[in-house]
Design a protein around this ligand. Structure first.
Ligand SMILES: [Zn+2]
Length: 95
């Protein structure tokens, strides 16, 4: 999975520093994340979405329910991989 380094940004859910983002499975060309792209925090495994200015915001359960099922399946698969390979971390700040 190609990785793109980005300006360090804190996860809005847990405060984990996110400074790299992988491309979606099947994509081979690394590119900076864009407006509306999803990412998953390795600190809390929360689904986040990029804004046009590169900021991250948590995706709500209602928003997730409206996501294309194929995209949702990829997000679920990636969350499972993160849970498998990254041990749980205590929150960097109170939630
Ligand atoms: Zn997080």
């Amino acid at each position: 999975m190609p990785i793109t380094r980005t300006t360090p940004t804190l996860c809005p859910r847990c405060g984990y520093v996110l400074d790299a983002h992988g491309t979606a499975p099947g994509q081979t060309d690394p590119r900076p994340p864009g407006d509306g792209d999803y990412t998953i925090c390795v600190g809390c495994v929360g689904v986040l979405q990029f804004g046009a200015d590169g900021t991250l915001r948590p995706v709500t359960a209602d928003e997730l329910a409206a996501v294309d099922p194929a995209v949702l399946a990829v997000l679920a698969e990636q969350r499972a991989l993160i849970r498998r390979f990254f041990p749980p971390r205590p929150p960097a700040r109170p939630q």
